[in-house]
Design a protein around this ligand. Structure first.
Ligand code: C2E
Ligand code: CA
Ligand code: CA
Ligand code: CA
Length: 275
C-alpha cells in the first residue's frame, strides 16, 4: 500500500509538472502568435427567431498552431487570463471584429466575448474604445458578452468599465445564463440588453420539462424588461421551434451556421439580405 501511495503521488507530481510546462509553452507561444498571424476570428450568426434573418454575429477566436493544429479557445483563453496576455489579446480580438463589422450593413452588430480579467484591469475600457476608433465602428454596433462568474468578485473597476462603455454606446450581454451564480441581482444592477441562455438548457441530458419551463420564465422576464433572450446551441429545427415558442427572440447554433471565417460570414449575410 505504501509503494502504491508513493507511486501515486509521483504520478500526480509528474502530471502537475507536465501541466505547468504545457501552460508555460502556451503562454510564450501565445505572445508570439498574434505577430505571426496564427490567430483569426471566426463569426457565428445570430438569427431573429421570428423572421429568420441574421441580426448579428458573435466573434470567436481561433488559434491555428503551426505544429499543434487548431487549439480550442477553452484551452488557451484560461492561460491568457492567468498570465494577463488576455488584455492584449482581447483588444486585438475586438479591433479585428470591429474592423470586419464596419464593412457590413449598419443594422448588423458584432458581439465580442470579454474575460472577467479584462473588466477588472484598470483602464481596460480605453483598449476597447481605441479598437472602435481604429476600426471606425459606431460603438452602438459593438456588443460585449460577459459571463455570470465575473460578478462573484465584481469590483469598482468592472463597474467603471461597464459604465464607461455603456456611456460610449456599447451594449452588454449576459452570457451562459443559468450556469454560474444566481444572477437576478446582476440583471437588476447592470444594463444588459441581451441574455444568452446556456446551451445546456437547449440540448443534452439536462433538457426536459423543467429546463423548458425555465426557458419560458426567462423569456417572459426578457419581454417585461425589453431585453432580447438568445438561445444558443441550436442544432435542430425542433430546438429552434421549441425556443421560439417559449418566447426567445434570437437564436444561434450549428443548425443556422457554425462559426465561419470573415469571407464566409459576409457570404451568409449577402445571401440573407438577398432573400
Ligand atoms: P461561448 O461564448 O459560450 O461561445 C459559444 C461556443 O459554443 C463556441 O465555442 C461555439 O463554437 C459553440 N457553439 C455554437 N453553436 C453551437 C451548437 O449548435 N452546438 C454546440 N455543441 N456548440 C456550439 P468556441 O468557439 O469553442 O468557444 C468556446 C468558449 O471560449 C466560448 O464560449 C467563450 O467562453 C470562449 N471564447 C471564444 N472566443 C473568445 C474570445 O475571443 N475571447 C474570450 N475572452 N473568450 C472566448
Ligand atoms: Ca459568448
Ligand atoms: Ca455562451
Ligand atoms: Ca462560455
Amino acid at each position: 500500500a505504501k509503494a502504491a501511495g508513493r507511486n501515486q503521488s509521483c504520478f500526480f507530481n509528474n502530471e502537475m509538472t507536465r501541466e505547468l510546462v504545457r501552460r508555460k509553452e502556451i503562454e510564450a507561444e501565445l505572445r508570439a502568435a498574434i505577430q505571426r498571424d496564427e490567430l483569426s476570428i471566426y463569426f457565428q450568426p445570430l438569427h431573429d427567431l421570428e423572421t429568420g434573418r441574421i441580426r448579428s454575429f458573435e466573434a470567436l477566436v481561433r488559434w491555428f498552431h503551426p505544429v499543434k493544429g487548431e487549439l480550442p479557445p477553452d484551452e488557451f483563453i484560461p492561460v491568457a487570463e492567468e498570465t494577463g496576455v488576455i488584455i492584449t489579446l482581447g483588444n486585438w480580438i475586438t479591433a479585428q471584429a470591429a474592423r470586419v463589422c464596419a464593412q457590413w450593413p449598419d443594422d448588423i452588430t458584432v458581439a465580442v466575448n470579454l474575460s472577467p480579467v479584462q473588466l477588472r484591469a484598470p483602464g481596460a475600457e480605453l483598449g476597447i474604445i481605441n479598437a472602435l476608433k481604429e476600426a471606425n465602428l459606431d460603438p452602438r454596433r459593438l456588443e460585449l458578452e460577459v459571463t455570470e462568474s465575473l460578478f462573484i468578485e465584481h469590483d469598482e473597476n468592472s463597474a467603471r468599465f461597464i459604465r464607461a462603455l455603456t456611456e460610449a454606446g456599447c451594449t452588454f450581454t449576459l452570457d451562459d445564463f443559468g450556469t454560474g451564480y444566481s444572477s437576478l441581482g446582476y440583471i437588476n444592477k447592470f444594463p444588459f440588453r441581451k441574455i444568452k441562455i446556456d446551451r445546456s438548457f437547449v440540448s443534452g441530458p439536462d433538457v426536459g420539462r423543467k429546463s423548458n419551463a425555465i426557458i419560458r420564465a426567462v423569456a417572459e422576464m426578457g419581454a417585461a424588461l425589453d431585453m432580447d433572450i438568445v438561445a444558443e446551441g441550436l442544432e435542430t429545427i425542433e430546438q429552434i421551434e421549441k425556443v421560439r415558442a417559449a418566447g426567445c427572440t434570437l437564436g444561434q447554433g450549428y443548425h443556422y451556421s457554425r462559426p465561419v471565417p470573415e469571407h464566409k460570414a459576409t457570404e451568409l449575410l449577402v445571401r440573407d439580405q438577398g432573400e
